[in-house]
Design a protein around this ligand. Structure first.
Ligand code: PMV
Length: 336
């Protein structure tokens, strides 16, 4: 059985451990999966049962600043975190994997511009930004596939958060996970818009880790999920390469609904939706019936992310008054 530490030691075996005097800051975007990662074949190494495909949220994500310190410390958006909380412990344990031969401790400062632990992939951008900062701090010369593997050890979806635009995480088959990493897709799609319809940004009651495990262990529908999700990843890649928006939207929405169906059929049953989530879904379906090409996806939280094209925003916006738009392929504000 391979441990996270085995993987880190293997990948960093011949790497330098520079201690540059100044702290280093790195950014990683949050990412939203259009074909979801749901279910682990190895929960220690975050190895998935299926491939997944995501899109990065441009400048929404995390900045991580790291430096070597005499004792560990953690700040989140300017506030010092108690190291005793479960979230802090998880980050601390992750950083300890990178202690190296001298058992280095780190001062970590995170600045995250999306709600925390609310199904908006905050853990993905946090762990990815931490690894990018460590790579730069120590001067490691690593291929991005290896950086992706290191980020996966923090949170599965973090392996997709290294790239702008679309990324595919191949599930891999090896026990040590050395073939389970994300790579970017070339296609740029400037017309694409993602709407964040935030229903509840509080910390979710059931973590995705716990939700996945419960689903894999108890849902009779789960057996159908890995193959279906893998096929969706292939179909999405084709839809993206040929910029077929409706095809992409349909594949993404259907994949999210299938994932949530596996959760509903778990025991005890699991649903991240609130009545506002269902209302938003119905609004999307109604707009589509009226001829508007708009689709949604939903992760392990009640919030809905709309997928549409920039030219349709004006027609969609009145139905989602507080929606926040992200343009994955242009960092400029709408209309520029
Ligand atoms: O990486 P985790 O453990 O936070 O799991 C992410 C799970 C989903 O967001 C529901 C799906 C995905 O692929 O991002």
């Amino acid at each position: 059985m391979h441990t996270k530490q085995d993987v880190v030691n293997e990948l960093l075996r011949d790497q330098p451990w520079q201690d540059t005097a100044a702290a280093v800051t790195a950014f990683a975007p949050s990412n939203i999966a259009l074909a979801k990662y749901w279910g682990k074949r190895n929960s220690q190494l975050n190895l998935p049962c299926n491939a997944s495909l995501s899109i990065a949220l441009a400048d929404r994500g995390a900045h991580a600043t790291v430096s070597v310190a005499s004792s560990p410390s953690l700040t989140l958006n300017g506030e010092t975190l108690s190291l005793a909380t479960p979230h802090a412990q998880r980050l601390l344990q992750f950083m300890r994997l990178f202690g190296g031969p001298r058992q280095i401790e780190y001062a970590v400062s995170l600045s995250v511009n999306i709600p925390f632990a609310a199904g908006l992939a905050s853990s993905a951008c946090i762990f990815a930004s931490l690894v990018l900062a460590l790579v730069e701090y120590h001067g490691w010369q690593l291929p991005l596939t290896h950086v992706s593997i290191l980020a996966r050890l923090g949170s599965g979806s973090a392996c997709r958060s290294l790239y702008p635009g679309f990324a595919v995480w191949q599930a891999g088959t090896r026990d040590d996970g050395m073939d389970s990493y994300a790579t970017p897709l070339e296609t740029r799609w400037p017309q694409l818009a993602i709407g964040l319809h935030l229903i509840d940004t509080g910390v979710k009651a059931v973590s995705s880790r716990e939700g996945m495990q419960r689903t894999v262990e108890t849902s009779p529908l789960y057996a159908a999920w890995p193959d279906a999700a893998n096929q969706t990843v292939t179909a999405l890649q084709q839809a993206i390469a040929s910029r077929q928006f409706a095809r992409m939207g349909q594949l993404a929405e259907h994949n999210a609904l299938c994932m949530h169906a596996t959760m509903l059929s778990a025991w005890p049953p699991l649903s991240y939706a609130t009545e506002h989530t269902l209302q938003a879904m119905r609004t999307v379906w109604r707009l589509r019936d009226d001829g508007l090409p708009v689709y949604f996806t939903q992760d392990a939280g009640p919030n809905i992310k709309l997928l549409c094209q920039r030219q349709d925003i004006a027609m969609i916006e009145p139905h989602f008054p507080h929606i926040q738009w992200v343009f994955p392929f242009t960092h400029t504000a709408r209309g520029n």
